[in-house]
Write a protein that binds this ligand. Structure first.
Ligand code: GLC
Length: 822
């Protein structure tokens, strides 16, 4: 270490002092909102005039959702937000003054907001049972820097309070004692722990002593959260601009995480049911470079009998990376290519980046310029930056005209037969003007538009600093709305890399450019489950890791871990070794096929979960704590997940293992999917997991549908269903069926089967079959005293009302047809 000599030291002190003095005005400008000087009643709550001149508005959105807004300039913006599906509702509040110093608001459900007026505004929220949900920290009043526009607020926390959500973060499962930044960033090869990432969602669910609540910070500026890292007594959050506007979800009388998420998605929207084919296996690479190569890959899948539904065309299918074009040399007959793929039961997805090549010879560029849809610099000139095609212009997706213009561009690929689309680079990520190599640029916030670039903001013009975080989701919106208009009878299949709260209304999300390492494989579960509880149901990670080349073992284990995640796609970089499921030799090919077949067997179950998700906001992929909030052991399990309520998935995430420890959450018992062996809730067990085995368990009491193997979803109608009954406890499960495409299901063209288990057997409620997959058998798992642990009973037709497994007797099960009383 080098020491300064005294003269230097004093010089350093002087510089330090100057620095301090220079920063003082900013510090001095930070001021507290102050005390309540006047309270004005409205139907839903109070407007509070504060001694600093600020105005606070506290109201109920629903009886269990409280909204807090504070404007330092005492002027609220019109209530628009890209996050919300529609303007928030309002619920009536009953007001009372408890004493001179305290006000109280009470909703119909009994949720209470207690407002302390002096010496500083303090807001506390209690549930109907009188338990504290959330409380301002009196020692850290809300402060604003009126000149700069930044602000922060603080809430008290308990050491044992955990936090989940916040969108896509390469961070540990619970975000307690973490600092998080909300700023969508293109972060190729991100290191675990690196933040921010591609997708910011300023919403979290807190879990404390088995009870949940949630908080959504409705602010699209660069914001931050410190969840007890600086000081475990409190969590703080703030933003560089905009309004302090947040919603507290109390979780209703049940205080459950599920209720919190349901209320949050009622506000920000729910993921729409995707087309069935989008749940099949998808194969991608940057890039399959010619149409012959694509056809070759398709052929291999079918010849090798590895099920698959979708092939991807990355940027090289385009002519000089110009979006919505085809390379005439390498893809000379895209129409024929698509016809052949369709004949083989494949769908095709093409990539669409936001950058439009600045090229006078490119009609789309000229059309965008003529329509005035491009982003502008602060001086009003067209914003240009380099991406794959070289210098580009970028649509301003915060303008309805730009969204409409962009949405129409999908007409040509749809007419040609492209089935789905992939919006990438929409953080937006651009290349540094002087090259791509410097990590401080390539991983830093500079890798986007200048903060003072201009956005239309749908009638609320503003800077990129304000709209950066919604750029990606508004691109996805432009695509989604365009596709809906162009093909009203079809469900859009859209994938996006960037997004914000509410992105689930438009697209599936994948976790960007991860790496082919075991660490990244393990990261997929905390990343995807946290995205799921951030309201985004359709999520996945590039199988095998985008950057680099996985070993055969890593690829197979990754495929296993991903097989039951909502979005399943193998994808890799331009320099990765080939990564089709057969690329690792015959033994791995056999195992990889089996894994994909397992996915396909369970598709009827997965599809039902997506339909339920559209109705309830509950994601198909769930962390254990979400379903078992009262189980403290479950709260930190980051290497297992639940698929719906009924399946527990425990993949092997480490090299060279042939067994793993599995935790079975408390409150339910679980049966091994393969052996039928029973595990009690609240217990651990070491489970054999040789390379070909994904440890999978089914909840006792549940009935999970499976189908016979198919090569793609187009064959499902011919494949019969088996209802797999996890025998041993009363319970019921539903299965949804429809055409797998289109919106007929919203007009009743669907059926929901109900399977109810009790001591008598399985009772079936199977509505008439209007052309859906047929139920052909019931299989009981986990029988103790029947002829075997597993008993299969064929159903001659669907008119069977009850199946009795004939326990303890060496005779077949009995079937009770409809119309006969059991
Ligand atoms: C970005 C995407 C990656 C894609 C590549 C080329 O890195 O994240 O998935 O393959 O661009 O388009």
């Amino acid at each position: 270490m080098k020491f300064f000599k005294p003269p230097y030291r004093s010089a350093v002190c002087c510089i330090g002092l100057l620095f301090l003095l220079a920063s003082l005005p900013a510090a001095a400008a930070l001021r507290s909102v102050g005390a309540v000087v006047q309270a004005i009643k409205s139907n839903e709550g109070y407007d509070l005039r504060l001694s600093s001149g600020a105005l606070a508005r506290i109201s109920f959105v629903t009886p269990d959702v409280v909204r807090v807004r504070i404007s330092p300039k005492a002027r609220f913006e019109a209530d628009n937000s890209y996050a919300m599906a529609q303007a928030p509702s309002r619920a009536k509040a009953v007001m009372a003054t408890l004493n001179g110093a305290t006000l109280e608001l009470r909703s119909a459900s009994g949720t209470r907001v207690v407002i302390r007026k002096t010496p500083e505004l303090v807001i506390q929220i209690f549930d109907a049972a009188g338990r504290l949900v959330s409380a301002d920290d009196p020692a850290r009043p809300t402060t604003f820097d009126v000149e700069e526009g930044s602000f922060e607020t603080a809430k008290l926390r308990d050491d044992y309070e955990l936090y989940y959500g916040f969108g896509e973060k390469a961070l540990p499962l619970s975000r307690h004692q973490q600092q998080l930044v909300m700023w969508n960033s293109d972060v190729p090869d991100y290191a675990p722990g690196h933040d921010p990432s591609y997708q910011a969602i300023p919403f979290f669910i807190a879990l404390h002593e088995g009870r949940g609540h949630g908080l959504f910070f409705n602010n699209s500026w660069r914001s931050w959260f410190d969840m007890g890292k600086t000081d475990p007594q409190r969590y703080r959050f703030g933003s560089a601009g905009g309004e302090l506007d947040y919603f507290v979800f109390t979780g209703g009388p049940e205080r459950s995480p599920a209720r919190v998420l349901s209320d949050y998605t009622a506000l920000t929207g729910r993921g729409a049911l995707p087309p069935l084919w989008a749940l099949g296996y998808q194969q991608s690479r940057w890039s399959y470079k010619t149409q012959d190569e694509v056809l070759g890959v398709a052929r291999e899948f079918r010849q090798r009998r590895i099920p698959a539904d979708v092939l991807y065309l990355d940027i090289d299918h385009m002519d000089g990376f110009r979006v919505f074009t085809w390379n005439p040399q390498t893809f000379p007959q895209p129409g024929e290519l698509l016809i052949t793929l369709h004949q083989q039961g494949f769908r095709a997805v093409t990539i669409v980046d936001p950058g439009i090549k600045k090229d006078e010879g490119y009609a789309i560029y000229r059309s965008g310029r003529a329509a005035g849809v491009y982003m502008r610099n602060a001086d009003g000139s067209e914003l240009n930056a380099k991406v794959w095609p070289g210098v580009c212009a970028f649509p301003d997706f915060t303008s309805a005209a730009a969204r409409d213009w962009f949405g129409r561009l999908y007409e040509a690929p749809l007419d040609l037969g492209v089935d789905g689309f992939w919006n990438d680079m929409n953080e937006p990520g651009v290349f540094a003007p002087d090259g791509f190599a410097k990590p401080e640029i390539s991983l830093g916030p500079q890798k986007s538009f200048a903060l003072d670039a201009q956005h239309a903001g749908d009638g609320r013009p503003g800077s990129h600093a304000r709209y950066h975080n919604v750029y990606g989701m508004q691109m996805a919106r432009a695509s989604f709305e365009g596709l809906r208009r162009l093909r009203p009878q079809k469900r859009p299949m859209l994938l996006t890399r960037a997004g914000f709260a509410g992105v689930q209304r438009y697209a599936a999300v994948w976790t960007g450019d991860n790496s082919a390492t075991w660490t990244h494989l393990a990261l997929t579960i905390p990343m995807l489950t946290n995205l799921s509880v951030s309201g985004v149901p359709f999520v996945g990670a590039d199988v095998g890791g985008f950057m680099g080349s996985p070993s055969a073992e890593l690829y197979t284990r990754w495929l296993q871990a991903a097989a039951l995640t909502p979005y399943l796609r193998t994808h890799s970089s331009d320099v990765s070794a080939p990564r089709e499921p057969w690329a690792f030799g015959p033994e791995h090919e056999r195992i990889n096929r089996q894994i994909i077949e397992l996915r396909y067997r369970l598709l009827p179950y997965l599809y039902s979960l997506f339909e339920a998700s559209e109705r309830t906001g509950l994601p198909p992929m769930r962390p254990l704590w979400f379903a078992y909030p009262g189980d403290t052991q479950a709260s930190l399990v980051d290497d297992q997940f639940l698929l719906g309520a009924d399946l527990l998935v425990a993949p092997v995430l480490h090299e060279g293992r042939s067994e793993r420890l599995v935790y079975f959450p408390k409150g339910d018992a679980w049966l091994d999917w393969d052996s039928g062996q029973r595990h009690e809730g609240g217990s651990f067990a070491t489970i054999p997991a040789p390379l070909e085995r994904l440890p999978l368990f089914v909840r006792v009491g549940a009935t999970v549908p499976t189908q016979a193997p198919v090569q793609h979803t187009g064959e499902m109608l011919q494949s019969a269903l088996t209802l797999n009954v996890a025998w041993g406890a009363a319970g019921s499960s539903d299965m949804f069926q429809d055409a797998g495409e289109g919106y007929g299901y919203r007009q009743g063209a669907s059926r929901t089967l109900r399977m109810m288990q009790d001591a008598q057997g399985l009772r079936l409620d199977i509505p008439p079959n209007a052309g859906f997959q047929r139920v052909a058998a019931v299989e009981f798992l986990g029988l103790e005293s029947a002829p075997a642990r597993r008993l299969r009973v064929a159903l001659p037709d669907e008119g069977v009302k009850q199946v009795r497994p004939a326990l303890g007797q060496q005779r077949p099960a009995s079937l009770v047809p409809a119309g006969v009383s059991p």
